[in-house]
Design a protein around this ligand. Structure first.
Ligand code: PLP
Length: 402
């Protein structure tokens, strides 16, 4: 027989890229960006409604943030925490004043901020609450996204994020999201904290019922456990408030920030919250080479100044009816399934096409949006988007789902 000899070994084809394939990006190569717009190699322009997963809440290259970064670049970029620098205290002061909290611990990525909160909560549990050594438990929610470290994927219920990365870290109890009764049942004497997102972003903008966060607050206070809120995606203006917990009238014991804290310029994250809780972390017990570096502090200070005006939160509130209204029209027309919208943050379940197909079709209409968890399209445009641009976005979504 001519042709392929099945006994012959087929040479392994080496992929023609040096880049690990841990993402499946849209086939759009960006070369420049300004405000809400990105430009690709072919010179096509797109409205960026992914906005770096909300790291670009203030748009690309916001002039105040770029100016702050430039000034700092010309002066001092890195000291490490072994030395002091003149922006660390002012940044800690500004971010805690903005968020009405007591203390700030700077890190770099979101996952590191979550790890920091877990470590602080456990140490607080042993030293203050009196939990027996190594017995601390943390109650977490199914469907959550808190990052990609080995400890964090241990509490994930997403098979893609989790499978193949064991052995898993113990100490987490997973209960359904938006189910305060399940949290109450999971709490016992070993529980040092309840950790949730006020809105589940990666899960597709899942907004819990109104009473959920206040009830978690009540349960934690009653049980002597800490309420840890991951606001890495929901925080810093996205929902129309500085923190999503503000909308629920709830104060977490520790809150994790990230993404937009770096102004779309650099990775910057941290934990804000109670001084007596973060205070258990003494010199040598936790740290980071780059956490709180001068560049991150300079940009972070400029970010807090933008948010202190209230303008961006206000924009999210003012533009919300357009986003929610236009999405509601698509749902009424049967073109999309469930619509979930808070501030300038929208999750819609698409029905007739895959999420991937819808995001590819939106790109041909000049809008970048990425599907999350299969069939949900999430829109999180920069908070600087104009009313006309937002209509353009919703026109593109309407075209793409038709
Ligand atoms: C993005 C995100 C993280 C992880 O942030 P990284 O900077 O990617 O490590 C954690 N929690 C939430 C809610 C997020 O959206």
């Amino acid at each position: 027989m001519d042709g392929i000899d099945p006994t012959q070994e087929v040479p392994v084809t080496v992929p023609v890229t040096a880049l690990a394939a841990n993402y499946a990006p849209l086939p759009i190569e960006i070369t420049a960006a300004e405000g809400c717009w990105v430009t690709d190699t072919a010179g096509r322009r797109y409205l960026d409604c992914l906005a770096g997963y909300s790291a670009l809440n203030f748009g690309h290259r916001h002039p105040d943030l770029i100016a702050a970064a430039h000034r700092q670049l010309d002066r001092l970029t890195l000291t490490s925490r072994a030395l002091q620098h003149d922006l660390l205290e002012p940044f800690a002061e500004a971010i805690t004043v903005l968020t009405h909290t007591e203390m700030f611990l700077p890190m770099n990525t979101g996952a590191e901020a979550v790890e920091t909160a877990i470590k602080a909560a456990r140490k607080w549990g042993y030293e203050v609450k009196g939990v027996p050594a190594d017995q601390a438990t943390i109650v977490v929610a199914a469907g959550a996204f808190h990052g990609r470290t080995t400890t964090i994927v241990s509490m994930s219920t997403d098979p893609e994020a989790r499978t193949g990365f064991g052995p898993y870290a113990p100490g987490f109890r997973v209960v359904p999201y938006d189910d305060a009764a399940a949290v109450a049942e999971a709490i016992d004497d070993t529980t040092v904290a309840v950790l949730v997102e006020p809105v589940q972003g990666e899960s597709g903008v899942i907004i819990p019922s109104t009473g959920y966060l206040p009830e978690l607050r009540r349960l934690c206070t009653q049980a002597g456990a800490l309420l840890l809120l991951d606001e890495i995606q929901s925080g810093l203006g996205r929902t129309g408030a500085t923190l999503a917990q503000d909308l629920a009238g709830v104060e977490a014991d520790l809150t994790m920030l990230g993404k937009a804290l770096g102004g779309g310029i650099l990775p910057s994250s941290g934990v804000i919250g109670r001084a007596d809780v973060l205070g258990v972390l003494t010199p040598g017990t936790h740290g980071s080479t780059f956490g709180g570096n001068p560049m991150a502090c300079a940009v972070g200070l400029a970010v807090t100044e933008l948010l202190a005006t209230g303008e961006y939160q206000e924009r999210a509130r003012t533009l919300h009816p357009i986003l929610a209204g236009r999405a509601g029209e698509l749902a009424e027309a049967g073109l999309v399934g469930e619509v979930r919208c808070l501030g300038l943050w929208l999750g819609v379940d698409v029905a007739h096409r895959s999420g991937r197909e819808v995001s590819e079709r939106m790109a041909t209409h000049g809008v970048i949006a990425k599907e999350t968890h299969g069939n949900t399209i999430r829109l999180a445009p920069p908070l600087t988007i104009t009313e006309a641009e937002l209509h353009q976005v919703m026109d593109a979504l309407a075209q793409a789902v038709r």
